[in-house]
Design a protein around this ligand. Sequence first.
Ligand SMILES: C[S@@+](CC[C@H](N)C(=O)[O-])C[C@H]1O[C@@H](n2cnc3c(N)ncnc32)[C@H](O)[C@@H]1O
Length: 276
Amino acid sequence: MADYVDRLFCEALASSPATHSVHSAHSKCISKVDSDTSDEEEKDSIERIRSTMMESEGTSGDEEVVRRVAAQLKIFRHVTKDCSVKRGKHVSISERKEKGFKSTSLTYGEIPFVTMALTLEKIKSRGGVRKNKSTFYDLGSGTGKACFAASLLQPFRSVVGIEFLSSLHEVALETKLRFDELPREAVASELSALRFVCGDIISHDWSDADVCFANTTCFKSDLMRALAKKSEKMKKGSWFVTTTKTLDSDHWEVVESIRYKMSWGFATLFHQRKVK
Ligand SMILES: C[S@@+](CC[C@H](N)C(=O)[O-])C[C@H]1O[C@@H](n2cnc3c(N)ncnc32)[C@H](O)[C@@H]1O
């Protein structure tokens, strides 16, 4: 799969006019790959979680974490069963077509549950998640799956997803109805912690975030610049995870970069800590 995506990425890059940037080629690649990783996640969950952890320094060998992630994955699948990557892509493409939105920043793709689990586990191991005190944001939350994952996995006080496309936001709200029916003990975060906002991440306030995630692989440079500027309002010591691109600001230090599986193949996740 990774080879296939790499090949598509190279083809897309080669066929792009010189003026096109790398992320526009990557966007083409993402839209060509329509496999749904949630189907793949069905296979050998525990083994896959364990082997991914073995490859990932700092979380390896913790059987308790493997079992907890595998158990929460079952609940996640139940909650998000009508919410495949394919559906997210379809809904996103339809709205962009209908409204004439051309920006490649709106390209759809997802972080798989296990990738989010390992990412949050690392941030927690570095003191980034304080029980019932920390706030998590997904900036550009799509159908909300990263927020459902965060709520199931870690004891956040608050989990917020902000998404520009209203049709994706509607899917997140529909899925939340199923999430809200879960028994209290199934969810790690505070019960009323999860909310979704429809709007532009640049015009909303998320300066109270302790942990921010943004799937930025296809974000254009103007959006990345605005995101970096706005992120400077976050607290010193807070965390920001981005994909493929880093925040261009001296307020942030890259603590770790790891290649993880995403819905379109592999991408580098940058764990950044706010140093001033
Ligand atoms: C690659 S998808 C990531 C979805 C989800 N965060 C995940 O990783 O599973 C990026 C999302 O960001 C949204 N987006 C792009 N620019 C945005 C903006 N300025 N404000 C809010 N959402 C935005 C897109 O519509 C898209 O749903």
